[in-house]
Design a protein around this ligand. Structure first.
Ligand code: ATP
Length: 311
């Protein structure tokens, strides 16, 4: 049985004529980096707001299983950065953190300086938060979310607007927090390639609905180059594939088989299957990178281009 931090049950949020989150079921494991991926307007912020206690669900529920289901305890152990960071523009980065620390009963200068160091803005000095660059503001927002050493970090598009170096730095910081402090991180983005570098688990969301929830390993498997065989008799194909010496394959369902090797000689495989009289509905190679896969399953690439260059 998996050790979960948070599970949602048909979590739904309706605004006047928009269902921003539609029966959402997330299963977030303790210690995971869970990527919520979806286009703009897909519903990521809405979901995060609900589980951070900033918006009330229209229906459905969520439980912080990691805190014995106690929402109040969970809320005191969550750090969130949702939408723009709530900064005091006329105060320095240090003072912005200091104010939040006071609310947590933390009066330690070192604690604040360590946080500034951790998020990579130790040098902002006297500069007022309102005059920081977008990337620096974003980091300050993450530092604020880290006050009180949360067990769960909820970050809504934290890499939005950052330059490539900033993205890499935030990514490394999050991996360190996860690795060294065991913080469970829920992070949203509209760029799958970026999340793919850190997330251990994913939910792909579109029009408020979770289209797919998978582990990083499962997702990468789906994006590997492969031969896809569609047949009413998958079982009959196995001995043929074995006989051909192909070892890297997987049965997807009783009608679909993926073979990850021998892609250059698909006709030989096709012929062997035909010799055995196995009915083949289609056989072809399929490949997609993560971004293409994401666009495909959210319907942004028309069906005909779905990667199947079948024979
Ligand atoms: P983005 O990255 O653009 O913020 P998102 O995936 O976070 O996108 P949400 O902000 O959750 O998406 O919005 C989901 C849908 O709900 C959108 O159609 C949005 O217009 C709508 N919506 C969000 N908040 C409200 C609100 N307060 N009132 C009415 N509609 C809203």
């Amino acid at each position: 049985m998996e050790d979960y931090m948070l599970i949602t049950h048909d979590l739904t949020k309706k605004y006047k004529d928009t269902t921003a989150a539609d029966r959402v079921n997330l299963h977030i494991k303790k210690g995971s980096i869970y990527g919520l991926i979806g286009k703009n307007g897909a519903g990521k912020t809405t979901i995060m707001k609900m589980i951070a206690g900033l918006a009330r669900p229209t229906s459905g529920s969520f439980e912080y299983t990691g805190f014995n289901g106690s929402v109040n305890e969970a809320y005191s152990r969550i750090g969130a950065l949702i939408e723009a960071p709530a900064l005091e523009p006329n105060l320095t980065a240090y003072d912005n953190i200091r104010i939040k620390c006071l609310a947590y009963g933390i009066g330690d200068r070192k604690y604040i300086n360590d946080l500034l160091e951790l998020v990579g803005i130790p040098e902002t000095g006297k500069k007022k938060a309102g005059r920081l660059s977008l990337g620096q503001k974003q980091r300050l927002g993450i530092a604020l979310a880290l006050v009180g050493d949360p067990d769960v970090l909820i970050l809504d598009e934290p890499i939005n607007g950052l330059d490539p170096q900033g993205i890499a730095e935030v990514r490394e910081m999050l991996m360190r927090l996860n690795d060294e402090k065991g913080i469970t991180i829920l992070i949203s983005s509209h760029i799958l390639e970026e999340l793919a570098k850190i997330a251990t688990d994913y939910a792909i969301i579109d029009h408020g609905r979770i289209i797919e929830e998978s582990t990083s390993k499962e997702l990468k498997e789906k994006c590997r180059d492969k031969i896809v065989i569609k047949t009413p008799n998958v079982a009959a194909c196995i001995p043929v594939i074995d006989r051909m010496g192909l070892k890297d394959y997987g049965v997807v369902s009783d009608k679909v088989l993926h073979v990850f090797e021998g892609l250059s000689d698909i006709s030989a495989l096709n012929m062997e299957l035909a010799k055995e009289g196995i009915p083949i509905e289609s056989i072809g190679t399929e490949s997609s990178d993560l971004e293409e896969y994401f666009l495909k399953i959210t319907g942004s690439i028309p069906g005909e281009r779905r990667g199947n260059k079948g024979q």
